[in-house]
Design a binder for this molecule. Sequence first.
Ligand SMILES: C[S@@+](CC[C@H](N)C(=O)[O-])C[C@H]1O[C@@H](n2cnc3c(N)ncnc32)[C@H](O)[C@@H]1O
Length: 310
Amino acid sequence: MIEKTISREFIKRWGNFYGRNITGRILRELGKSDPRILAPNTLYTSKRQLQENLENQGFRFATESPFNSLILDFEPYNIVATTEYLSGLFTIQSLTSLIPSKSLNPSHGSVVADLAASPGIKTCLLAELMKNTGTIYAIEKAKKRIPALKANLARMGIYNTVILNGDARSFPDLNIEVDHILLDAPCTGTGLKLRKNKRLERRVLNDVNRHAQTQREMLEEAWKQLKNHGTIVYSTCSLEPEEGEVQINNFLARHEGQIQVLPIGFKTGIPGNITRWDETLDSQIRNTRRIFPDQGMDGFFIALMEKVRA
Ligand SMILES: C[S@@+](CC[C@H](N)C(=O)[O-])C[C@H]1O[C@@H](n2cnc3c(N)ncnc32)[C@H](O)[C@@H]1O
């Protein structure tokens, strides 16, 4: 019974925030396993070419797949043992992981900060979208997570990225102004499928507040380094509004008139919720997206914002 794995506190909160139907669906989906999702490395191959090469070796894929991905249906052996994987022709991740970088869509030659970077799945996609031009500062606080970031960037043939091991809240000390920021923030991860998230059993509400505080500080420091008319994507794989809609609502309130929340170019999920909490949130929150766990998807929140006035 999945309900036994997840703290009752969370189930009760989701019931209040999203209603009984959606909560039932969340509980069913969190317990399921996802298919493996491949994102072709468009610097070195195309989806069609990659699919053809892998199908020739016996791999099979779903007929439909969003975000230029390939959804694996059958693997004759572990796909990470293929030359295609080892030579960096694709990454493996959840479908939701593809949305933040594609929503930020950094221009070629731009300066980008990825403030919570490891293991670098989204950094790689940013670099692909930039065609390996410009500069990405990939910042990661945990020293033990740097090797995975280095390995992914090297395997994927990315050479426009500088890795910085440090706290993103100190990024303003470097005095670098950036055109785009990705803040895929550290969070409680309550939207992650349980197979990937053994920690959910041990999560308590204090974790939500602790993470919300860190996210708030990271957003504030990021804001200082963003150029006028620059854009920032804030995302978390959490179902908790303090790490999603409420976090962005408070950010907007602290920077009144300075931020425009832009619509996300994907129809996945539903508009951020502005009415079901005690307070009514800023109407701009409707442009954010709330994604519930589903096939190939983790529970997720994403906001794309432009600095319209410094
Ligand atoms: C959600 S994960 C990022 C996943 C990554 N964006 C990807 O797609 O591969 C959050 C990361 O932020 C790092 N982190 C936590 N606090 C940080 C801070 N203050 N500054 C920089 N990185 C931090 C964590 O160690 C973790 O690796």
